[in-house]
Design a protein. Structure first.
Length: 304
């Protein structure tokens, strides 16, 4: 009697036997299953991602970068060679975004998004570079022809910073310094915006929409007076405010405006009127009253 065995059954049996033997295929499968899935673990980055936002005047500025650490390495003229473009961070491009046109160290830079690089030539001669291409990995395929602006700077010696840091300082209503600090060097860029032009345009728009709002008119005039802007327009706003409602606040703004135009005699008239109109039970008025009286004395000394 002949015994017939199906080929498929033989193949399955052989596969089962081979899986029990310490052959190369079995070893590879065991090794692979024993290896940890490192890419799936929540491990910290060697150069963590940082997103820094700051408003200068009315303009938003964003710095998007990865922050490497020194880790006992030589940084300048070492990890960062001289006479080569550097990504000013780690991993992807460092990207700086300006919501509005700004001036960087006095040079115009249109609103937009830029890759930010540093070109250090020596300890005292660096260029800060704004490049229009933001999709490169670091300096790969960097091309100088895509530079929008290069700003020469001189780095300063500073206290030690283990991790690269971008930070803002000397913040004023329309300007600030953007600083890059790493190891023992800091470089700074002065960024200023035409904030006054934007504010004045906003004032005109708001007044046009609400021409009968005496408080808005007074606020508009007060801003122009405080910033020595367009005295004639400020006078129009404050006269309209007083016409709509005659109170101590808008009279005092007009007094200050007239004093700024050296018309001390008329400034004194409106200053005294403001004090007379003030409510002695109003805490804001009581707090302001001493400085109002001091200003009147000063104007009287200049008028007579």
């Amino acid at each position: 009697m002949r015994l017939f065995v199906r080929p498929l059954a033989i193949a399955v049996a052989c596969s089962a036997v081979l899986s029990l033997l310490p052959g190369p295929a079995a070893h590879a499968q065991t090794t692979a299953s024993a290896m940890p899935a490192a890419s799936l673990l929540p491990l910290p980055q060697a150069s963590p991602h940082v997103l820094l936002n700051h408003t200068i005047g009315l303009s938003e500025v964003t710095v998007d970068y990865h922050a490497p650490s020194v880790r006992n390495r030589v940084i300048w003229e070492g990890l960062v060679p001289y006479n080569q473009i550097w990504r000013a961070g780690a991993n992807e491009n460092t990207v700086i975004t300006f919501a509005d046109t700004v001036r960087v160290n006095g040079k115009m830079l249109p609103a937009g998004q830029y890759s930010f690089y540093v070109f250090p030539r020596s300890d005292q001669d660096w260029d800060m570079v704004f490049n229009r291409v933001t999709t490169h990995w670091g300096t790969e395929k960097y091309d100088e022809k895509d530079d929008v602006l290069r700003v020469p700077v001189v780095p300063e010696a500073t206290e030690f910073h283990e991790t690269l840091l971008y930070w803002f300082s000397d913040v004023k209503p329309g300007s600030a310094h953007l600083n890059l600090s790493w190891e023992k060097k800091t470089v700074s860029l002065f960024i200023d915006t035409n904030v006054q032009a934007r504010v004045v345009a906003g004032i005109e728009k708001a007044v046009a929409q609400r021409p009968g709002d005496w408080q808005l008119l007074a606020q508009a005039a007060d801003y122009l007076v405080q910033n020595n802007l367009n005295a004639e327009r400020a006078l129009y706003f404050i006269n309209e405010s007083i016409r709509l409602r005659d109170v101590y606040t808008n009279n005092w703004i007009k007094a200050r405006l007239l004093a700024s135009k050296l018309d001390y005699d008329t400034a004194i008239v409106y200053g005294r009127k403001a004090i007379k109109l003030g409510d002695k039970d109003d805490e804001a008025f009581r707090a302001q009253l001493p400085s109002m009286r001091v200003s009147l004395i000063e104007w009287q000394g200049k008028a007579y």
